[in-house]
Design a binder for this molecule. Structure first.
Ligand code: FDA
Length: 395
């Protein structure tokens, strides 16, 4: 128990990532006296490495149905009140050049550093105090006030915001602190799991690892979710945007279905047999897919030789298999490689308007630490901004 004299604030925000900085800037510009505490030596480290260093800072299609949560309605309010266009307006106000890639994804033309500088600039406007590089030693709550001991200092406030994210990429300083703190205050945590993460292959499927580096556009399906984008074979299994996307929906023991030829008409193989009976099946496949992949698939299917010599039924069966190839991943590459963490502080514990815990007045949770996880493509930052903004309006 520390006896140090506490500095007083209106709100203390734990975590200087996207959500914490947005929350701090919003609250401070409303006149709140705000302290942000982060154990890292610089703010927004995940922003800096995001989008290959260019930060995919939002997505124009950031609708609630692009988020996973035990309560799919929960993100609606925050996403409606602080939209992709709102964040874009802030980016433009700071004269940060940006461009749209595919699928509504917005990136900086220059560097992700600009987004961190922008958020720090917005915090500075509100005179937010930011403490970096000092560990949080203790968080206590008594008489309606939160008391945080960090480094050799102590701060107190009537509002405490948990914005320390999830445990994905621990080597960057990510921790499960948000969950520990939530549990300490009696809030439930939905089992955290790695999401937007490569899947690993074992058993008979290890031979696909030999295709490491091969990429092709496919439709991938896990459970009810289906996406069409590039898949990449790796030395451990499957990756690429489409695999990262379905990984969030994949459950251990279930297959991942791959349509290797999503652009082909259902009868493409029979049509090719009629048009070019002397062509070998694996050659035909090699015209549609990367050569090494075509060869591996043709061998696994067991179809070798000229199309003209193949019974239609066999060609038809091969076609169906290529359209729904079942992989049985034996796991994921875990939190070490997961872009985000699914699960987290239960939304049932929080107000969707303010992010305040229903049972613990003055305690808020925002960002990735909450059980809301977006698709790949700027959706997770949009949740960080929107939830941070919602709490920033309330504290
Ligand atoms: P975030 O993790 O950003 O911030 C939490 C902060 O809390 C950190 O500063 C951390 O140091 C601090 N902290 C943690 N534990 C602590 C403790 N015990 N004590 C004190 N401080 C502590 N999303 C997207 O929309 N577009 C993209 O392009 C990408 N790209 C991307 C690439 C990579 C490699 C990764 C790993 C992730 C992405 N993401 C992404 C996801 C995105 O980075 C993520 O969803 C947000 O950063 C979450 O923001 P938060 O502020 O909630 O947590």
């Amino acid at each position: 128990m520390t006896t140090a004299r506490a500095a007083c604030f209106d709100a203390i925000i734990l975590g200087a990532g996207g959500a914490g900085l947005m929350c701090a800037a919003t609250a401070a510009q409303r006149g709140r006296h705000v302290l942000v505490i982060d154990h890292a030596d610089q703010p927004g480290k995940k922003i800096l490495i995001s989008g290959g260093g260019r930060c995919n800072f939002t997505n124009l299609g950031a609708a609630p149905d692009r988020y996973l949560s035990s309560n799919p309605h929960f993100p609606k309010s925050a996403l409606r009140r602080y939209t992709a266009q709102d964040f874009l307006a802030l980016v433009e106000k700071h004269r940060i050049a940006w461009h749209e890639k595919t699928l509504g994804q917005l990136f900086c033309d220059g560097s992700a550093r600009q987004i961190v500088a922008m958020l720090m600039g917005e915090c500075a406007k509100g005179a937010v105090r930011i403490s970096l590089g000092r560990p949080i030693r203790d968080v206590a709550h008594a008489d309606g006030r939160y008391r945080v001991s960090y480094g050799d200092e102590v701060a107190e406030a009537p509002a405490l915001v948990i914005a320390t994210g999830g445990p994905s990429i621990p080597k960057m300083g990510a921790t499960g602190f948000a969950y520990d703190l939530a549990r300490k205050f009696g809030l439930k945590v939905v089992e955290p799991r790695p999401a937007l993460v490569p899947l690993t292959l074992g058993g008979e499927e290890v031979l696909f690892r030999e295709l490491s580096g091969v990429a092709t556009e496919v439709t991938a399906t896990a459970g009810k979710a289906s996406f069409r984008e590039a898949a990449l074979f790796t030395h451990r299994g499957l990756s690429g945007p489409v695999i990262l996307k379905v990984s969030s929906y994949w459950k251990h023991g279930e297959p991942v279905g791959i349509d290797f030829l999503p652009a082909q008409a259902p009868d493409w193989a029979l049509a090719a047999k009629r048009a070019r009976p002397r062509v070998h099946f694996h050659t035909l496949l090699g015209e549609l897919l990367p050569g090494r992949l075509a060869e591996t698939l043709a061998k696994r299917i067991g179809l070798w030789g000229e199309l003209g010599n193949m019974p239609n039924a066999k060609l038809d069966a091969a076609n169906r298999r290529l359209a729904d190839w079942r992989f049985h991943p034996n796991g994921t590459e875990g939190f070490a490689k997961a872009e985000v963490t699914a699960g987290g502080i239960s939304t049932a514990e929080l107000s969707s308007q303010t992010m305040e815990a229903r049972s613990v007045p003055g305690l808020y949770a925002i960002g990735e630490g909450v059980d809301v996880t977006g698709w790949l493509g700027g959706y997770n930052f949009q949740w960080a901004w929107a939830s941070g903004w919602a709490a920033g309006q309330a504290i």
